[in-house]
Ligand binder design. Structure first.
Ligand code: FAD
Length: 383
């Protein structure tokens, strides 16, 4: 009977970076994924790695650590990292004040950023509508990755260089502890054994430990996304975030003027659907545009409609067209992505006898902070 040091359930961003940090420690690892390839939040997102949006007191640190991890792996194996930085664009004076205040807060953390006036915004991004922005804030250290590819490349690197064992098309449907050893069973009746198990199963709450998730108060969040056709004549290098993002992201909530923010009337439907505008140009020149936030309880996932709400998409496109001028707004793809969100906005963690470690519900920050968070979690698991 082969016994692994660690079995990881789920090959999304969290599972993959759990595997990475355990392998770095010299542990033997088996990662099991129910689909032929992971196809949930980890491959449906923007691929923006933006620690500057995270709460300074906790998740910013994991984000900053993640930047180092991504860049380090990229120096050995192409995992699609591009260091083009992040730009926040203020659309009014209140948002501009928040950018100035945030810059001072990040300065205290020795985290580089540059304030941009209207002229420098124009020079960098002539395709932005000049009547949208008052100015911007640029974080040069931040990166983007190709969401459809990154996690597969990291997995290939782990298999090639670290001897990761990977099993796809395999649903883990039972996990318990027998005589001090973890036993993992699959729906096709395979059994695997390990010293420890990490469960990183995203928003799949019914297969393993449903009673724990039922009580977790976690939410499932649905996000609307879209992508243009390739627009090689447009250059939108970097992660582009809008005024609505400044009003939404945690880092800005630490600013003294945050509580004085007044939302103009036109923003009401945007608040109702949790819409803020983000843009990311993919390597093929197409532009990924989103997003919105609709929520359901763990026990009521059918509250999230099967269809994509086109009223939301129209609001997204209307605001996008205020910000950007594109030669062609034809949309190539629409899709929805789903993630689990812990009740306190952080992450849901649960341990069973210091053997089975559940980590999920990282919400909308998994690509930014998952690599750094997983390092800390692997320390928890193996101490
Ligand atoms: C539209 C969208 C945009 C986003 N944009 C960004 C962004 O730009 N930047 C950012 O930082 N974050 C972003 N996020 C958030 C980020 O994508 C998530 O936080 C992250 O991908 C979550 O990773 P995960 O591994 O926890 O979950 P998942 O990606 O859902 O992975 C879980 C995996 O577990 C597998 N699994 C579940 N149960 C079992 C089982 N019983 N047996 C075997 N396998 C199982 C699933 O098949 C799945 O592959 C976005 C999310 C969405 C949806």
């Amino acid at each position: 009977m082969k016994k692994y040091d660690l079995i990881v359930v789920g090959a999304g961003a969290l599972g993959t970076f759990h595997a990475y940090h355990a392998l770095l420690k010299g542990k033997s690892v088996l990662m099991i994924e129910k689909d032929s390839e992971p196809m949930e939040a980890t491959v449906r997102n923007f691929g923006q790695v933006v620690p500057s949006g995270q709460a300074l007191e906790d998740w910013f640190g994991y984000g900053r650590e993640s930047l180092g991890i991504y860049k380090n792996i990229q120096s050995k194996f192409d995992i699609t990292v591009r260091q083009n930085g992040t730009y926040y664009l203020a659309s009014d004076d209140q948002e501009m004040t928040l950018l100035e205040e945030t810059r001072s807060l990040f300065k205290l953390q020795n985290y580089p950023s540059t304030l941009l006036n209207r002229k420098s915004c124009f020079v960098r991004f002539p395709s932005l509508n000049t009547n949208y922005y008052k100015g911007g804030l640029f974080f040069p250290d931040e990166i983007s990755v190709e969401p459809k590819t990154m996690v597969h490349r990291v997995r290939a690197f782990l298999i090639q260089d670290f001897g990761l064992d990977f099993l796809n098309n395999t649903v883990v449907n039972h996990c318990d502890i027998e005589k001090g050893i973890c036993k993992v069973q699959t729906s096709d009746n395979q059994r695997f054994y390990a010293e420890k198990v990490a469960i990183c199963s995203g928003y799949e709450f019914k297969t393993l430990f449903p009673e724990i998730f039922r009580q977790s108060q976690m939410k499932i969040c649905k996000l609307n996304m879209m992508q243009t056709f390739p627009l090689p004549e447009i250059k939108l290098n970097g992660n582009i975030l809008s005024g609505l993002s400044i009003r939404r992201y945690d880092s800005f909530k630490s600013c003294s003027s945050y509580n004085n923010l007044i939302a103009p009337e036109w923003q009401k439907p945007y608040q109702q659907w949790g819409i803020h505008l983000l843009f990311k140009q993919a390597v093929d020149g197409s532009i990924i545009i989103g997003d919105s936030h609709e929520y359901a309880d763990v026990e009521n996932n059918a509250q999230l409609s099967v269809s994509i709400n086109m009223e939301i998409n129209q609001l997204i496109l209307k605001e996008a067209q205020k910000i950007l001028t594109l030669p062609d707004w034809k949309i190539q793809h629409y899709w929805a992505g789903y993630y689990a969100q812990a009740v306190d906005g952080g992450i849901f963690e649960h341990e069973i006898y210091d053997k089975i470690y559940i980590s999920t519900g990282i919400g909308g920050k998994g690509m930014t902070t998952g690599a750094g968070y997983s390092k800390k979690r692997i320390e928890d698991i193996f101490t």
